[in-house]
Design a protein around this ligand. Structure first.
Ligand code: MGD
Ligand code: MGD
Ligand code: SF4
Ligand code: MO
Length: 836
């Protein structure tokens, strides 16, 4: 048995985790001593042990789909890169990196691209995430500085959450806020989001404003703070612009002005906008004007999404930054070139994510190296992105998984070490640097990302600058660069960590880099003119599509989508729709719908939600071609970007929705994954030990399936009653495949069926029940899992409610639901509130 202190690889809260390995089994618990979480973990963090298996991992390098040795992979990659650079110049090469790389990996990638290949075409998925926030801080403070800490939440009078569903996306921080509010009844919470989300559970005021209208609200607040400034953003004008009542706007303004201290937390509802940078400054402006900045319990606090978005910003991973918070100015260029000992340093900013893929599509960029991100899913206009990748002469991908939407386009695949296997550092939302430590052996031939970059650098002739033997050496170099000729000009200064020995670095305790908070209260205000979002609804596309995150999934699902426990909360792409819109469009709860935009189409199951504004839809960003047919929202989203930050407007797209009544829907369980005919719609559902897919189509599949089974020499058992049919296929008394279909989605005894795949031989009486999809005798299915920590299903909760449990606490006492991470408590309360 061994225990290792490390850091969660999911969100920017950056929780400390203690990983324990016992008899090859990995389990995790929160690290009591970590100041980001003091021992708490959310559902995703708690399930980390279940993600360390090797199923689906990329374990060997591949060139043109063939497994090869590292020597061959690295030689081929560098020879092809060299050929492109020699013929077309360095601008024909680009890297597309990720806020999920470790700081050391990120530093290495940035140094190779900007410093030695000599073009600044290295951008990252943080462009889709944090880049507006970066512009906001830089314009206000002259540097990308987050002027807050988590402990400000315990020292404040008012917390404003704007465009943030922290209850699901920063759960441990949200629970900290829940606790802080419970400890201080005078504290108020305002949530600003067009949807009523789980985060609204603790809101004293929820402003369900019109999509994209936040700047109006904050410019109006500035006007209320300083009435003499001559702005014509009166409360009435704000209310009209934002689609809110004047009373609600007035209440918010009165609370903000009266509160001695206030923190504004903001994330993607603000950043992902064609005027996201201005919105960030509109928020910063009200903190500056009211003096709610630079002291405890105050400040404009942009929460970072990814575990190391902040580390990426520190090393300069974006195409328009240099390194260590330096810019493309003559002094900084000279300083970085001297520090790196290079004469090839890129002199001008490079291409930003959306532009970069457009340049690939035009054939200007001919080689792209993608590391730790899945752009075929996450970039807007994904059909265009896929076409660009398909046409690109050289696509290299560093990945932990073999099959992703993006890796399908790769000519060269590098197997990267994943969480628990690699060593390095990450920086969380509050500028706290923590170690990620290895506690598992390197699987197959996988290597750390920095190692792969350094080996390519050597083959391109830059060996001396990339001669590190350990990530500690890279960290020391990065820290030294932050301190190099700093003279107090850059607040990012890690001099204190630049001389750590390897043992000290190994043992490094979480460390928050200091800033001079007071200096920030004299920052610059940026004049903001509120702009509408850029989506233009019309008669054909009259609805507004919003997209974002679910509680238990992480981005493109490459890690969470295979964990049964995390698949149980919501297992299919859903579209939230208001009851009025549903009635108007003839959409029933649970019905399939087609959502279309000029660029593409997706299929999602309707969820009628009174917390949704009329005319607006919400779908998760997670589904993709590995988990569904036509489940990808970015097939619809346009690549419209903020002119300052280059961040796309992922939150607003004009669409049309139509109910889709397929000829049949069904559930397919099989021992081996099947490749279905292309016209079948499918959703893969992670289930232990067996493949499960929910299916729907307009043409019959039954014959195809039966032919498949008999082709395998399996015995068929078939039933047909009315519109329902089912097929079981047997081999030597073992269940090989089961299929149940109806005009609607059949409701089955899922756990009983799954059990039948694990037991052989199956008794005859049970075979009959199986064919009906029902268990013989009394049986309660758990229903949709509400509490993932303790796998408590909807049915058990309803039964406990019928038995007298009338509060979340009572449910928790009886079933344990909601008593670990707490992120299902809003849903428990919602179930209690609609009870008859
Ligand atoms: N479970 C889970 N947690 C995650 C992630 C994950 O994939 N899964 N990803 C992490 C990452 S990288 C990120 S960036 C964060 C994102 O964290 P969040 O930003 O909290 O998450 P989102 O769901 O993308 O969007 C937040 C909210 O913005 C709202 N919104 C949409 N348009 C507007 C608008 O015009 N104005 C306002 N005020 N609000 C609007 C949406 O309705 C949504 O509720 O989450 C991190 N945490
Ligand atoms: N419509 C819409 N689109 C969005 C958003 C939205 O709200 N709406 N949100 C945007 C935001 S904020 C973000 S952050 C992006 C996220 O989008 P992506 O970054 O594309 O999503 P991930 O699934 O996190 O991709 C990470 C990839 O890295 C791989 N990986 C994991 N660990 C390692 C490692 O150690 N090394 C390497 N080399 N690879 C590894 C994973 O298997 C996975 O394929 O999506 C953006 N796109
Ligand atoms: S809150 Fe974020 S960092 Fe903490 S355990 Fe959950 S996903 Fe991991
Ligand atoms: Mo993000």
């Amino acid at each position: 048995m061994s225990e290792t202190r490390t850091t969660c690889p999911y969100c920017g809260v950056g929780c400390g985790v203690i990983a324990r390995v016992e008899n090859g089994e990995v389990s995790v618990r929160g690290d009591d001593s970590h100041p980001a979480n003091f021992g708490k973990l959310c559902v995703k963090g708690s399930a980390l042990g279940e993600t360390t298996g090797l199923a689906g991992r990329l374990l060997h390098p591949e060139v043109d789909d063939q497994p090869v040795s590292w020597e061959q992979a690295l030689d081929t990659a560098s020879a092809r890169l060299r050929a492109i650079i020699d013929t077309y110049g360095p601008q024909a090469v680009a890297f597309y990196a990720s806020g999920q790389l470790l700081t050391e990996d990120y530093y290495a990638a940035n140094k190779l691209m900007k410093g030695f290949i000599g073009a600044a075409n290295i951008d990252t998925n943080s462009r889709l995430c944090m880049s507006s926030a970066v512009v906001g801080y830089k314009r206000a403070f002259g540097e990308d500085i987050v002027p807050c800490s988590y402990e400000d939440l315990e020292q404040t009078d008012l917390v404003v959450l704007v465009g943030s569903n922290a209850a699901w996306t920063h759960p441990v921080l949200y629970q900290r806020l829940v606790q802080a509010r419970a400890n201080n009844p005078a504290m108020k919470v305002v949530v600003i989001d067009p949807r009523r989300t789980a985060t609204c559970e603790i809101a004293d005021l929820h402003l369900a404003l019109a999509p994209g209208s936040d700047a109006g609200l904050f410019v109006g607040l500035l006007n209320a703070i300083e009435p003499g400034q001559g702005s014509d953003w009166s409360i009435e004008r704000v209310a009209a612009f934002c689609g809110l009542s004047s009373d609600d706007v007035e209440t918010f303004y009165a609370w903000f002005i009266a509160a001695p201290r206030a923190v504004t937390l903001y994330t993607m509802g603000i950043n992902q906008s064609t005027s996201g940078s201005d919105k960030c400054n509109a928020i910063i402006n009200v903190h500056l004007a009211s003096g709610k900045i630079g002291r405890p319990g105050c400040g404009p606090f942009s929460l970072t999404g990814q575990p190391n978005a902040m580390g990426g910003r520190e090393v300069g991973g974006l195409a328009n930054q240099l390194a260590a918070h330096m810019h493309f100015t003559p002094d900084d260029l000279s300083r970085v070139a001297r520090f790196w000992g290079t004469e090839r340093l890129a002199q001008t900013p490079g291409l930003m994510a959306v532009e970069l893929f457009e340049a690939i599509a035009r054939g200007e960029v001919k080689a792209v190296w993608i590391m730790g991100t899945n752009p075929a899913v996450s970039l807007p206009d994904s059909h265009a992105v896929c076409q660009a990748l398909a046409a690109c002469p050289l696509v290299m991908v560093s990945e932990v998984m073999r099959d992703t939407d993006t890796s399908r386009f790769a000519h060269i695949r590098f197997p990267a070490l994943g969480w628990g296997e690699k060593e390095g550092t990450v920086t969380n939302s509050e500028r706290r640097i923590s170690r990620q430590r290895a506690f598992l052996p390197a699987p197959g031939e996988a290597k750390p990302d920095w190692w792969i970059i350094a080996r390519i650098a050597q083959r391109l002739g830059h060996g001396a600058a990339f001669a590190w033997d350990h990530p500690h050496a890279i960290f020391s170099e990065h820290a030294a660069l932050t301190a190099f000729e700093n003279h107090g000009e850059r607040q990012l200064n890690l001099a204190a960590l630049a001389q750590l020995t390897r043992a000290e670095w190994d043992a490094l305790a979480p460390w928050q880099w200091p800033i001079n908070r007071e200096a920030l209260s004299h920052a610059r205000r940026v004049q903001v003119t509120p702009q509408p979002h850029g989506a233009t609804p019309n008669l054909l596309y009259p609805l507004m599509l919003n997209s974002g995150r679910l509680r238990d999934q992480w981005h493109t699902m490459t890690r969470t989508g295979y964990v049964p426990r995390l698949m149980q909360h919501l297992a299919e792409p859903t579209v939230d729709i208001s009851p009025q819109d549903a009635a108007r469009l003839g959409v029933q709860e649970g019905q399939l719908t087609r959502i279309s935009a000029p660029r593409g189409l997706m299929v999602a199951r309707a969820k009628i939600n009174p917390g949704q504004r009329d005319g607006e839809l919400f779908v998760p960003m997670h589904w993709n071609s590995c988990f569904s047919r036509q489940g990808k929202v970015n097939a619809l989203v346009e690549g419209r970007c903020d002119p300052h930050s280059g961040q796309p407007e992922s939150k607003q797209t004009a669409v049309r929705l139509m109910p889709w009544q397929p000829a049949w829907q069904g559930e397919l369980y099989s021992r081996e994954e099947l490749t279905l005919p292309t016209w079948v719609h499918w959703w893969r559902k992670a289930t232990a030990g067996v493949s499960r897919m929910t299916l729907a189509a307009d043409k019959p599949l039954l014959e195809w399936l039966m032919a498949h089974c008999t082709g395998q020499g399996w015995q068929l058992q078939i039933a047909q009653t009315g519109e329902r049919s089912s097929v079981l296929a047997w081999h030597d008394g073992a269940l090989m495949l089961g299929f149940w279909q109806g005009t609607g989605l059949p409701v089955l005894a899922y756990t009983f069926i799954e059990e039948a795949f694990r037991t052989a031989p199956v008794q005859l009486a049970e075979r009959h029940a199986l064919l009906n999809g029902q268990q013989p005798g009394e049986h309660v299915e758990p229903g949709r899992i509400i509490c993932s920590c303790f796998s408590v299903g909807e049915n058990a909760i309803r039964e406990a409610m019928a038995g007298g449990c009338d509060s979340a606490a009572a449910l928790g006492a009886k079933l344990r639901c909601g008593t670990n991470c707490g992120s299902c408590v809003p849903e428990l309360k919602a179930m209690l509130s609609v009870r008859v």
